[in-house]
Design a protein around this ligand. Structure first.
Ligand code: ATP
Ligand code: ZN
Length: 304
């Protein structure tokens, strides 16, 4: 890997996202909802930013941390699993950290888990001592084993980790799991998670020293606005003043509501930004507690 670049002064921000895969569509959607738009190139490798000087580079997810390290791109959307693995690799090689997680993005959720054959009576990490564990995440597995003070052999594979025990290559595995169906099909069971992963915005450890700092700031503020209101709804309703304690108890996920009296009466008109799901069940509970005229509105944009 080439040395960490002191990025040349640039007046555009370049963000790497996965070209095709689990993270590509949600990454684009998130950036688009932060107000970015692009002109696609014919080879679909580079998208020129039109609404802001922010361009996209479409690459394999595994290349993203390295591209940030080399200064080829400024930011990237990548799984925490990939980012930490490559950070671990650098640290094992004695290299200084050059990229880090800037924001968790709330999609692409999965776990990096230890899984063992169905027949094992799982007692805890000590049971892995002296065993062979297959993985494509050797750095995170090594760090975790060290932390647990367990000595085991790490069998590094480039893929199809889940069949390693059946092929006699390993006794257990350490792999990404979301539903667990692949494990079950291979007579394995997950026994513990060593990492909770999701897509993250990755960026350099050092701040930008040019106009990219302002662009990154603007983008972060907008993304924070988008992330904050994801699943959020504006709830409008009226309630008698005396019912307020019961009603507010049913809204633990709401920001402090705005309220005003209706025509000088003991009835209040309220509006509250709620961050959890606003189901029919919840509305019925609120009505039973005294709320009336309940209305749930979508929130499109928010600027704190
Ligand atoms: P590429 O061709 O870009 O290298 P890939 O095959 O490595 O693609 P995907 O399978 O699209 O990548 O996974 C990308 C990321 O999605 C993973 O690194 C992980 O962070 C996340 N992810 C979420 N759920 C899962 C899952 N069930 N299995 C694997 N990855 C998952
Ligand atoms: Zn990949």
């Amino acid at each position: 890997m080439s040395p960490p670049a002191t990025p040349a002064v640039r007046d555009r921000l370049r963000i790497a996202i996965q070209k095709s895969g689990r993270l590509s569509e949600p990454a684009r959607a998130l950036l688009a909802s932060a107000g970015l738009s692009w002109r696609e190139s014919r080879d679909r490798l580079f998208c020129y930013g039109e609404s802001l000087p922010v361009d996209l580079l479409l690459v394999r997810d595994d290349d993203i941390p390295g591209l940030i390290a080399d200064g080829v791109c400024d930011l990237g959307v990548v799984g925490r699993n990939v980012l930490l693995e490559q950070a671990g690799e650098r640290s094992e090689a004695g290299l200084p950290p050059v990229f880090r997680e800037w924001r968790a993005l709330g999609f692409g959720g999965c776990r990096l888990s230890i899984a063992v054959p169905d027949g094992w009576d799982w007692q805890g990490p000590a049971q892995l001592a002296g065993k062979r564990i297959a993985t494509t995440y050797p750095n995170q597995l090594r760090a975790w084993l060290r932390q647990q003070q367990v000595e085991a052999d790490i069998v590094v594979l480039s893929g199809s980790v889940e069949i390693a025990p059946r092929l006699g290559q390993a006794d257990a595995i350490c792999d990404l799991v979301s539903s667990g169906a692949t494990l079950a099909a291979n007579q394995l069971k997950p026994v513990l998670d060593i990492l909770q992963s999701e897509a993250v915005l990755a960026g350099p450890v050092q701040p930008f020293g040019d106009v990219r700092a302002e662009l990154a700031d603007l983008l972060l503020r907008r993304m924070d606005g988008v992330l904050r209101i994801r699943d959020s709804k504006l709830l409008l309703f009226q309630a008698p003043r005396e019912a307020l304690p019961q009603v507010l108890q049913l809204l633990p996920d709401a920001e402090p509501p705005t309220m005003c009296p209706v025509d000088g009466s003991e009835t209040l008109a309220l509006q509250a930004l709620c961050h959890g799901a606003m189901t029919w069940q919840r509305l019925e509970d609120l009505k039973r507690a005294g709320a009336r005229g309940l209305m749930v509105l979508p929130v499109e944009r928010m600027l704190a």
